[in-house]
Ligand binder design. Structure first.
Ligand code: WT7
Length: 590
């Protein structure tokens, strides 16, 4: 089906978008001009994201403005002004300093969306430590792997998650982990041996803190992402990325100082940190945080009651809202919404148009990755929307469709409509600087001055980019990037499992679901009971966000002659697609 372009006009907006003339902005663009919007630390002491996001405003007439409004799961509301955020983050910076945490040390948070998470992120950045978020729906194994790779020194978590994820049992395997700070969210007052009470430390710490000199290239954020093979990769981001967080907050999401901005992503992932913590504050807006999970009615009520003006959410959530029908949103006054955007997985054209028809504004798809550290391609406020397309590269970003050549180079594909790998010319400020301790894997992502994204895409004759798929086996489920390797490794821990192969299976809402195929060791027979036991183990070890939803037994998994499970073939067979080149398949001696 052909979707009509949604024509945009500046008259659609009650206030002029920050980026209102795309061609002009492309012509005039300079990263230095963007950097000039940042203030820098006093006395020429460098650049610190937390200063730019909070302290700068706290010291200005905006200091008394709402910076964070937190909506608790059971109806609590807590408000923090920029000045209060400065105070709480200063306190936490002092807590860390008192614990002996130094520049470059890794401070992990696994808390769910509660106010302490925000103090933790800012406090860590202020002392020059590295903030590393962990998704609260991770099980013990993804937690352990990420803490180990990043040599986490401090873990901030809640009493509930500490118990549920069996953190005490992980400790012996994590020698670098010196401090666990517990947020006692139910006020039980019960002390957990070997941990310290977050709130008590915060209370006792001084509210005064002077940010030490920070170099723009100092490591600031560590975000784990998944590859097809091997362990999770820790993408290293630096303070200089603040320029991109600020720029994209303005130019793509159009966050202005009087806005109430709501990013529904969890800060356990890069979107929730970049746009759920930093970008709205860099732009001086009010940042709305809802602790609760998806709930259609609650979401519409929140959009209405909190007068959300800019909303950044994900395709899976939009598709869920659509399933609840058009009547529900019509019961709410959503007229404050000015700009809607989406990220993380393909946004189907129906969803874009549904936004326009039912919510009164279209959804704007945006594309980026953990590695890019900020939005790179987007349906920008002042550009016409082609529903189903990811949009156009931001001014300052140079994208290309390329083909890899045999000798490690790339070749541009200039023909409109032809499929190839999406590549970006190096030079924007938030590109991750390496994968922690895995510089070789990082360097493999580059050729001829371009960063290669691993995504397949097409560019049309108007310069819009269209997502085609991943070039590798990595799975995107409900917007979360999942490594089949990480899942297979846990399945293999079950004593009955001989081999495991994991694929993404299409799903109308989550886009893809994780599906596992396993073969059993001699002496084990497939049974419903065994299927449940293996799935149960996976869920316990990996957590609900990563564990497979489906499991199928197969006597033999298709392998290459070198013994590698052919996920591609498992997938083709599952979907009834052509099996492709089988020349390397084991047993195919032709
Ligand atoms: C991968 C990156 C959510 C951004 C940060 C998370 C897929 C991202 C889109 C989009 C189709 C998309 C790509 C990309 N993706 N945005 N608009 N349309 N696919 O980043 O977890 O590192 O995932 O998400 O495959 O490579 P991430």
């Amino acid at each position: 089906m052909n979707w009509q372009t949604l024509q945009k006009s500046l008259r659609d907006y009650p206030i002029t978008p920050y980026l209102s003339d795309y061609p002009q902005s492309c012509r005039d663009f300079s990263w230095n001009a963007i950097r000039d919007h940042l203030q820098g630390l006093p006395d020429g002491n460098g650049l610190n994201i937390a200063h730019e996001a909070v302290d700068r405003h706290a010291d200005s007439p905006r200091g008394g403005y709402l910076a964070l409004r937190w909506l608790g799961r059971s109806g609590q509301v807590r408000d923090y002004t920029y000045r209060q955020l400065r105070e709480f983050s200063n306190r936490f910076a002092n807590v860390l300093r008192n614990l002996g945490v130094a520049k470059g040390d890794r401070v992990y948070a696994m808390t769910g969306r509660i106010p302490e998470l925000y103090f933790t992120a800012l406090g860590a950045l202020k002392i020059g430590a590295v903030f590393c978020p962990l998704f609260s729906a991770f099980g013990p194994e993804p937690i352990r792997a990420r803490l180990e790779i990043g040599e986490g020194k401090v873990l901030v978590t809640t009493a509930r998650l500490f118990q549920r994820r069996k953190i005490a049992e992980l400790r012996a395997a994590l020698p670098a982990l010196q401090h666990i700070l517990i947020i006692d969210e139910d006020d039980t007052g019960a002390a957990i041996p070997g941990t310290q009470d977050f709130r008590a430390l915060l209370e006792a710490a001084s509210p005064e803190f002077v940010i030490p000199p920070t170099h723009p290239e100092d490591m600031a954020l560590l975000h784990f992402t998944s590859g097809t093979t091997g362990r999770p990769k820790g993408a290293v981001h630096v303070h200089a990325a603040a320029a991109m967080h600020y720029y994209t907050g303005r130019a793509v999401l159009d966050i202005q100082a009087h806005d109430t901005f709501w990013c529904t992503a969890d800060p356990g992932w890069v979107t929730g940190t970049t746009y759920g913590i930093l970008a709205p504050w860099l732009c001086g807006a009010a940042n709305l945080v809802d602790e609760d999970e998806f709930n259609a009615e609650r979401w519409y009520r929140t959009l209405q009651d909190q007068q959300v003006s800019v909303w950044y959410t994900a395709p899976t959530a939009i598709r869920l809202l659509m399933k609840y029908g058009d009547e529900l949103p019509r019961q709410f006054d959503l007229s404050r919404l000015r700009f809607l955007a989406s990220v993380g997985e393909p946004l189907n054209p129906e969803a874009v148009v549904w936004g326009q028809n039912v919510l009164g504004r279209p959804f704007h798809d945006t594309w980026w990755q953990t590695e890019t550290g900020g939005i790179m391609i987007a349906n920008l406020p002042a550009l016409d929307i082609k529903p189903g397309s990811m949009g156009r590269p931001l001014p300052g970003v140079e994208a290309a469709i390329v083909r890899r050549t045999r000798f490690g180079g790339i070749e541009p594909i200039t023909q409109a409509g032809e499929e190839g790998e999406l590549a970006l010319r190096v030079g924007w400020p938030s590109l991750c600087r390496t994968y922690l301790n895995e510089d070789r894997r990082y360097r493999e992502c580059f050729a001829d001055g371009y960063y290669l994204s691993g995504d397949l895409a097409r560019r049309d004759e108007d310069g819009y980019y269209w997502f085609v798929g991943r070039a590798d086996d990595v799975i995107k489920s409900a917007g979360h990037l999942i490594s089949p390797f990480e899942v297979e490794s846990v399945l293999l821990e079950h004593p009955a499992v001989a081999e495991a192969g994991v694929i993404g299976k299409p799903d109308p809402v989550a886009m893809t679901l994780v599906k596992a195929f396993v073969s059993l060791k001699p002496g084990h027979e497939p049974s419903e009971e065994l299927r449940r036991a293996i799935l149960g183990l996976a869920r316990q070890r990996l957590g609900p966000a990563v564990a497979p939803r489906e499991l199928e037994f197969q006597a033999n998994l298709p392998k290459t002659r070198s013994g590698k499970i052919m996920r591609r073939l498992l997938k083709a067979r599952e979907l009834g697609l052509p099996e492709g080149d089988l020349s390397t398949l084991e047993g195919n001696e032709g």
